[in-house]
Design a protein around this ligand. Structure first.
Ligand code: GDP
Ligand code: MN
Length: 404
């Protein structure tokens, strides 16, 4: 299914005069920063960039969250970098760490094994907690209750285009729910069973795809990601095969623990992740360290049900499910393409991955890759380009302000 201008277009082309924007009405929105005291330098880097390229004109407030206590150095320093209102919050114990229904010995052992297997962050207990917090709890924090929208900021991020319009106001006007700026493929070994569970949620809740789910499904042989047949697909050789492996798997009833949403760590069935419902996760997800979204999406009963079912599978411990694929698959199950906004005009970088709309060398290519991932080899890069080119718009050129 093609995602194009009909579903989503750039909010504003070119630079606006920030002075004019200064007097425009604001949304009920907030920056959310989860961090630890030791990340102060990285947080300052992010704040400088956010303020310089956006918030010095818009003055949105910040909420800083931490599972521990922010020390006075952290709090005092932060106040030097913004004139906006700032609040610091501690995450309550019930939103961070093991819930009481988890057998912590089983969970800890699973995490240790993931460390041994050198799975990225797999052996790091706190990272599992962080992913679960961002999947099912951040929006429940008391300091966020008064807000309708949030923009997530992490330590060590950088914006390099001026953002001269209010993305919240435009999200609201365009009736958008979730905004991203980079989409990448997840490391398979961190989420071997995630899609099986997400699919089960979709099935057991009788959710029919509104067109977004397909974005996360590996295209069948002979077909493109957008569902159109490949050029030579008329050759019977290229028609989708009803693989007996898939068919057999489809006949099997869903495991009891999935259907009941029971009972915690260690219950993930040992299955072939390729053999589920005929559908395979293509590993794509919105890179959630940047997110502008409507809090009501996460606060909805549907999202709560989704999170609870995913959570009860134990996958936050037995695997290393990130909040990015969780948010993405929830969107896939519950939202339509028109609910999603691609901030293709935002220049953004975090660690090794960046998106720069104006300066991308690949602008010369007929199919422009939206992300320049330094760590990808050529083949992976081509695959991603092909996938994300379907987010393309007709009049992409001239979008946004220059990168600097
Ligand atoms: P990466 O971007 O996936 O490499 O992961 P990060 O280390 O940047 O973590 C993601 C976000 O969670 C960042 O905002 C971190 O500051 C935050 N974070 C990660 N672990 C912890 C933790 O144990 N405590 C707190 N308070 N924040 C954490
Ligand atoms: Mn990070």
């Amino acid at each position: 299914r093609k995602i194009n201008e009909k579903h989503d277009k750039v909010f504003v082309t070119g630079c606006l005069d920030p002075k004019v924007q200064q007097d425009a009405p604001r949304a009920n929105a907030v920056f959310v920063v989860l961090a630890r005291n030791k990340e102060l330098d990285g947080v300052i880097e992010s704040l400088k960039s956010v303020e310089r390229h956006f918030n010095r004109w818009f003055h949105y407030p910040y909420v800083f969250l931490n599972d521990g206590d922010f020390n006075s150095t952290f709090k005092e320093t932060i106040l030097n970098y913004t004139s906006s209102p700032v609040e610091f919050g501690k995450i309550p114990a019930e939103h961070w760490g093991y819930p009481d229904w988890v057998d912590t010995n089983v969970a800890k052992e699973a995490i240790r094994k993931q460390g041994d297997a050198a799975i990225m962050y797999g052996g790091m207990e706190s990272y599992h907690h962080m992913c679960r917090f961002y999947s099912g709890f951040f929006y429940k924090h008391e300091l966020l209750q008064k807000y309708d929208w949030y923009w997530r900021v992490e330590p060590e991020i950088k914006y390099f285009c001026d953002i001269t319009y209010d993305p919240f106001v435009h999200m609201a006007r365009a009736n958008k729910t979730y905004g991203f700026t980079i989409a990448v493929k997840e490391l398979k070994e961190t989420v071997p069973n995630i899609f099986r569970y997400a699919s089960a949620f979709k099935r057991t809740h009788n959710l029919t795809s509104q067109g977004l789910w397909e974005m996360f499904v590996e295209p069948k042989e002979g077909f493109n990601q957008d569902g159109s047949p490949k050029k030579d697909a008329l050759n019977p050789e290229n028609l989708p095969k009803d693989d007996p492996k898939y068919a057999a798997e489809k006949q099997k009833p869903m495991p009891e623990d999935i259907l009941r949403g029971q009972p915690g760590a260690g219950t993930l069935p040992d299955i072939d992740p390729e053999a589920m419902d005929g559908d395979v996760y293509n590993m794509c997800h919105y890179w959630s360290n940047f997110e502008i979204a409507k809090l009501d999406f996460f606060r909805s009963q549907e999202y709560e049900d989704f999170f609870n079912m995913m959570d009860r599978s134990g996958g936050f411990w037995t695997e290393r499910w990130g909040d990015a694929p969780i948010h993405s698959l929830a969107a896939g199950a519950l939202l339509a393409p028109s609910d999603i906004h691609y901030f293709r005009d935002f220049g953004y970088r975090h660690t090794t991955i960046q998106h720069c709309p104006a300066n991308a060398p690949a602008r010369q290519l007929p199919r422009e890759p939206y992300l320049e991932r330094t760590t990808l080899d050529e083949k992976a890069r081509r695959e991603e380009d092909e996938y994300w080119a379907i987010w393309d718009t007709e009049k992409e050129n001239g979008v946004g302000c220059r990168c600097r």
